[in-house]
Design a protein around this ligand. Structure first.
Ligand SMILES: [Zn+2]
Ligand SMILES: [Zn+2]
Length: 136
C-alpha cells in the first residue's frame, strides 16, 4: 500500500498513479474538467482568467489540462496559446506540430553517440595545391 496525502484536501489515501489526489478529489477534478471543457466550447472568445473565474478552477490547473492536451481550443477561440519553443500560436499542448516533431526526433536520438561530421571531401579543382600535397 502506497499511502499519500491528497494534494488537494490532505487526506491520506492509497496512491495508485497519476495526480496525488484522493478518489473524492479526483472525481471533483474530473467534474471541473467537464465544466471547463463545456464552458470553453460555449464561450469561444473567453480568456484564461474568465474561464478560471467562471468555473472556479485554478488557472494553473487549466494550463495543466492544456499541456496534457485534454483541452483543445477552437481556431476562433479568444485564448491564444503559444508554442514554448518558437512562440507560434497553437490550440493545445505545449508545442506546435513542427517543434513537437523536432522534440520527438531529439528524444529518439538521445542516448546515441553524437554523429561526428564526416571529413570534408577535398575539392581538387578549387584547390590545386592540395592535390600536389596529396600526391607527395
Ligand atoms: Zn482529496
Ligand atoms: Zn514551435
Amino acid at each position: 500500500m502506497n499511502a499519500r496525502n491528497c494534494k488537494n484536501c490532505g487526506r491520506i489515501f492509497n496512491y495508485v498513479s497519476g495526480l496525488p489526489l484522493c478518489p473524492a478529489c479526483r472525481d471533483l477534478m474530473e467534474e471541473k474538467f467537464q465544466t471547463v471543457k463545456e464552458y470553453i466550447q460555449n464561450n469561444k472568445d473567453t480568456t484564461m482568467k474568465t474561464v478560471a473565474e467562471e468555473c472556479d478552477v485554478d488557472e494553473n490547473q487549466i494550463r495543466q489540462w492544456i499541456r496534457e492536451e485534454r483541452l483543445v481550443f477552437a481556431d476562433d477561440s479568444g485564448i491564444v496559446l503559444q508554442c514554448e519553443i518558437c512562440g507560434r500560436s497553437i490550440r493545445t499542448g505545449r508545442y506546435c506540430d513542427k517543434c513537437k516533431q523536432e522534440t520527438m526526433r531529439d528524444l529518439a536520438g538521445a542516448g546515441r553517440q553524437p554523429v561526428r561530421p564526416q571529413p570534408v571531401q577535398k575539392k581538387e579543382k578549387e584547390n590545386p595545391r592540395m592535390r600536389f600535397l596529396d600526391n607527395r
